[in-house]
Design a protein around this ligand. Structure first.
Ligand code: ADP
Length: 335
């Protein structure tokens, strides 16, 4: 799905690699977070110590992995990459932590999905660069302390609310990444178009930006589909506005960038549940998706653009959502 902000296969990862900014200066937008990170890295450099642990929170595709790579690059330290789902036992984490070299940056993506037992080991590791390894079982079990090389943990999560407080508290800094403004996405697109050798006017960049759901990953992906269209249908010259529109239409991206799942959720909310309120899990079942995906991927954007509201009794559709689907709002007469 070209509009899905996550789900990358290997070839896509390679393409993303080529488009990834390599320094904070090249990283578009998120000005506040960039300033905060810069200060943290500068202080660590002056004191010649690893930077404090950093938590990056926000929906998929907004630049968390990119920032982790930049942290390693700017502090001239090696980067080790892992993810929550890969750490299913405390032993997995112990093996990872004990193999780090001094000052290494450890990136754990989807850190909220790590095993509970590993989480507890991580508290001590983050605070004292030490872990306790359990040897043996039952009454004869003993714990052997093991010193670790000092490291910087960069954790990424789409669901910071799921992290236990003791873990959240051990990060020196938490960055909340926001959806990008269209002007920022235009800059991402201009940069990527240069790298991909795509010629694209300003109106075309704006059109792609407007339909990118506030997400650089989607902007880059739509740009590649526009490039394909221009290549195949228009002989590889500059992509015209009509090319951009035709390409995005072909891939089911609507005029404000909602994808099929976004629209399915809105549609269920409005038609099936009469605008709500409806519980998250009921809504997720109705569209055949995991609650987690609906909550961390679909909902934040629909709330952000004012199409969905969250109330204590559940999710509700706003009049704007009705208008977008072309359905009369039940209180239409009142508006
Ligand atoms: P996340 O880890 O949050 O899912 P990534 O860091 O993998 O997101 O970013 C996805 C893609 O979007 C990357 O290929 C990167 O090139 C691009 N990207 C993300 N943020 C920015 C940014 N601020 N400036 C330029 N490109 C970006």
């Amino acid at each position: 799905d070209v509009t899905s902000p996550d789900a990358l296969d290997d070839s896509e990862l390679a393409i993303e690699g080529a488009l990834r900014p390599g320094s904070l200066a090249e990283f578009v937008g998120q000005q506040k977070v960039r300033g905060q990170l810069q200060l943290l890295l500068d202080a660590a450099r002056i004191q010649q110590r690893p930077a404090d642990h950093i938590l990056l929170a926000g929906p998929p595709g907004l630049g968390k992995t990119t920032l982790a790579m930049i942290v390693a690059h700017e502090s001239e330290r090696p980067l080790r990459m892992s993810s929550g789902p890969a750490i299913q036992h405390a032993g997995d984490l112990a093996a990872l932590l004990s193999s780090l070299t001094p000052g290494e940056v450890l990136f754990i993506d989807e850190i909220h999905r790590m095993a509970r037992s590993a989480e507890e080991m991580l508290y001590l590791a983050m605070e004292d660069f030490r872990i306790d390894i359990m040897v043996g079982k039952g009454a004869g079990a003993t714990s052997i302390p093991l010193d670790l090389a000092p490291f910087t943990l960069v954790g990424a999560t789409t669901r910071s609310g799921l992290l236990p407080n003791p873990l959240r508290d051990r990060f020196g800094f938490t960055a909340h990444l926001e959806y990008y403004e269209p002007e920022e996405l235009e800059r991402v697109i201009a940069r990527s178009a240069d790298k991909l050798g795509v010629r694209l006017g300003e109106a075309q960049r704006a059109e792609i930006a407007r339909r990118s759901r506030g997400t650089p990953r989607i902007a880059n992906r739509l740009l590649r589909r526009v490039r394909d269209w221009a290549l195949v249908k228009s002989g590889g010259g500059e992509a015209a506005l009509a090319d951009v529109r035709a390409a995005l239409e072909l891939y089911d991206v609507d005029e404000i960038g909602l994808d099929r799942l976004d629209r399915a959720v809105l549609d269920a909310l409005v038609r099936r549940f009469r605008g709500g309120p409806v519980g998250l899990s009921t809504l997720a079942v109705a569209v055949g998706e995991e609650s987690d995906t609906v909550e961390s991927v679909v909902e934040p954007y629909l709330v952000r653009i004012g199409y969905m509201g969250r109330t204590p009794r559940g999710r509700v559709a706003t009049p704007e959502a009705y208008a977008h689907l072309g359905i009369a709002h039940p209180d239409g007469a009142l508006h």
